[in-house]
Ligand binder design. Structure first.
Ligand SMILES: [Zn+2]
Ligand SMILES: [Zn+2]
Length: 244
């Protein structure tokens, strides 16, 4: 351990965690109730208009729907990602997922709930988090999408169903795969255990990051096949457009 990390440990003991801004990770004595320093609170990387009406990502050209979505033909009605997947946002989500910093779910979930209230007129019946394979959930200790769903559910007063859509195949990571490889990787990965629970329901599907959309799309396809009426998607962030 080098000197600066020893110093960090001592500072962590002397001062509570929440004096670190959750986004820039700098110490600050003016952290707000969301865990942000004044600079980060002012400059949250919200996705700015104009956005694609299907996937919610910023489009440069004057169009309602991006080229990506014209080609993809997603099964969900609409996706609303809240933030750009900037490097700081990426690190924040990474800490939340892999370092078990589950207390972050309160802030992250509240950002999603705010965006839902401001931007979505969907009137959903139920929230379903994108499931992890049970083995991965055990390793991680929680499913980040479940934690986010609970925060959104509390805020918009909609129940969370985390048992009906399950992940039955342990897929390798999607990182580095192109769109076709992602589809193949997800083939037969999800299952609806009790179709009666989703029949004729308008469902809000929740995940942390929208990259190519293949995971949420495959979940949507399986839910529609089981009789769901419509699927909407909300994610904390959206990655850049994939090449193909
Ligand atoms: Zn900050
Ligand atoms: Zn799009």
């Amino acid at each position: 351990m080098n000197l600066s990390s020893v110093l960090e440990v001592i500072l962590d003991i002397l001062y509570p965690q929440d004096i670190l801004c959750i986004l820039c990770q700098k110490r600050h004595n003016d952290i707000d109730d969301k865990g942000l320093c004044p600079v980060c609170a002012e400059t949250l990387p919200y996705i700015t208009r104009p956005v694609c009406q299907k996937c919610g990502r910023t489009v440069t050209e004057d169009t309602n729907i991006c080229m990506e979505c014209i080609n993809a033909q997603y099964h969900f009605e609409q996706a609303v990602p809240v933030f750009e997947y900037t490097s700081e946002m990426q690190r924040l989500i990474h800490r939340f997922k892999y370092q078990g910093v589950s207390y972050l779910s309160r802030t992250l979930g509240s950002w999603m709930a705010e965006a839902y209230k401001q931007r979505c007129r969907w009137d959903v019946d139920m929230i379903i988090p994108v499931p992890l394979h049970p083995r991965r959930e055990r390793e991680r200790g929680f499913n980040q999408a479940v934690l986010l769903s609970r925060e959104i559910g509390k805020s918009i007063n909609v129940g969370v169903n985390k048992s009906t859509l399950i992940r039955k195949k342990h897929t390798s990571t999607q990182v580095g795969l192109n769109k076709l490889q992602r589809r193949q990787n997800l083939w037969d990965a999800f299952e609806v255990t009790e179709p009666g629970k989703v029949k004729d329901k308008i469902i809000l599907l929740v995940d942390d990051v929208f990259t190519t959309g293949s995971t949420v799309d495959e979940c949507s396809r399986v839910l529609l096949q089981a009789g769901a009426k419509r699927i909407y998607v909300m994610t904390l962030a959206a990655g850049r457009f994939a090449r193909n």
